[in-house]
Write a protein that binds this ligand. Structure first.
Ligand code: 3PG
Length: 401
């Protein structure tokens, strides 16, 4: 049976040989521990981890470790993480260690993947190949349901495809979910009647594990056209529960707040790559993977590699829409599209609501930047005849590579 191969970058503790440090990972995560044990009997040894190779890279090493598939409980991703991303991070034998990726055999991917994926969401909105534009209602917390709906209406009139709650807005007293969803959906229905355009609303239904499916169902019953989960804080199996619920027949937008505690350091932690794999397997339809020119720290090759995990072939699972978000404004749009391609959702919060002429103008400016891209015209040239774009570029400038 094919096994699981995990790749780690690491720096051994001073005085420890790299091969020994790698062996500590393989042993800790399979049948061994810090000392020989009499209970590691012969029939157990088939489950030993194996260090396949150790090669120098930069100031440290990279190792590939084989974990026998039999160690994994098929379908239990919490358990998968406990093996490939478990105790090893605390071992003193390693000064630092970063899980770069883990590849799993088909037998351990018994998942259905996204219900909608890129094609399904394009079908809902009615686009063939243009990048989508989304907005996060800002301020991320504080607005009343009525004002949230008014901002959503302006953004929709301005031309966004998607409106979403931010990661910290759930069901607080100042903006209860029930009232918020009802009013936002009413506002978006009015925009649809006026413009004929379908704009999706992703409601953040993140909550405790035993209530998240019920909360998502409530949002859908109130008319929500998308639900959103903070997958790192809520847990990957919460996403799985949402995706497998027969009553939640809307796309799932996956936010990754808190990820950088694990993904940001180039020497220690867990790269985004495995999280991208898990989200696709478990049924996320859209996933934040970062920008290449926005406000958050990023590594261009990692972002494009993560997006390939979402959009490349994977056992026939539908393709996930990557979401670029964090510090975007119309002046970043062409830079993002040059690197990330057209199958992308470009999201802007401050870059829309911070437009000098307000939210609707901000949304129009973002769409104009995308339209310019589709027509092969530079931002500066397009801005000459598009006032909202011109005003945005004047405030924030054009970001080149
Ligand atoms: C996100 O959820 O990615 C952020 O809220 C983005 O906000 P910003 O566009 O204002 O940076």
């Amino acid at each position: 049976m094919p096994d699981v191969i995990a790749t780690y970058a690491f720096v051994p503790e001073r005085g420890t040989a790299p091969e020994e440090a790698a062996r500590w990972i393989a042993e800790e995560e399979t049948t061994g521990t810090w000392t020989g044990i009499s209970t590691r009997v012969e029939y157990v040894r088939r489950l030993d981890g194996e260090v396949l190779e150790v090669t120098p890279r930069g100031n440290g090493y990279v190792t590939r470790i084989r974990y026998p598939a039999e160690i994994f409980e098929p379908g239990n991703v919490s358990q998968y993480l406990s093996v490939v991303a478990g105790n090893l991070f605390g071992l003193k034998k390693l000064e630092s260690v970063r899980l770069l990726d883990a590849e799993f055999p088909e037998s351990l991917i018994p998942f259905h993947g996204p219900r909608f994926g890129i094609r399904g969401i394009r079908g809902l909105i009615g686009t063939l190949d243009r990048p989508h534009v989304g907005t996060i209602i800002k301020p991320k917390v504080g607005l009343s349901p009525k004002d949230t709906a008014a901002v959503a209406s302006q953004a929709a009139l301005g031309g966004v495809d998607l409106i979403k709650d931010d990661e910290t807005l759930t069901d607080q007293a100042f903006c209860p979910l029930r009232e918020r969803v009802s009013l936002v959906m009413e506002a978006l229905e009015e925009v649809k009647e006026e413009t004929g355009r379908q704009v999706l609303y992703a409601v953040n239904i993140t909550t405790r594990a035993d209530r998240i499916v019920a909360r998502a169902e409530e949002a859908v019953n109130l008319g929500a056209t998308m639900v959103m989960i903070d997958v790192i804080t809520a847990g990957f199996t919460a996403l799985q529960a949402l995706a497998e619920s027969p009553k939640i027949r809307v796309p799932i937008h996956v936010h990754r707040t808190m990820h950088a505690a694990m993904t940001r350091s180039p020497v220690h932690g867990i790269a985004m790559r495995l999280f991208a794999r898990l989200v696709r397997w478990l049924g996320g339809d859209q996933l934040h993977t970062g920008t290449v020119s926005g406000k958050m720290s990023h590594d261009r090759d990692e972002v494009t590699g993560d997006n390939r995990i979402l959009t490349g072939p994977c056992l026939g699972l539908k393709r996930v829409f990557p979401v670029a978000s964090g510090g975007l404004q119309p002046g970043n749009v062409h830079r993002e599209l040059e690197v990330l391609g057209n199958d992308i959702v470009l999201q802007a919060g401050g870059g829309i609501h911070g437009h000098p002429d307000g939210t609707a103008a901000g949304a129009r400016a973002m769409r104009q930047a995308v339209d310019a891209w589709m027509e092969g015209i530079s931002l500066e040239e397009y801005a000459r005849e598009h006032h909202e774009l011109e005003r945005a570029l004047k405030k924030w400038g054009v970001i080149h590579g």
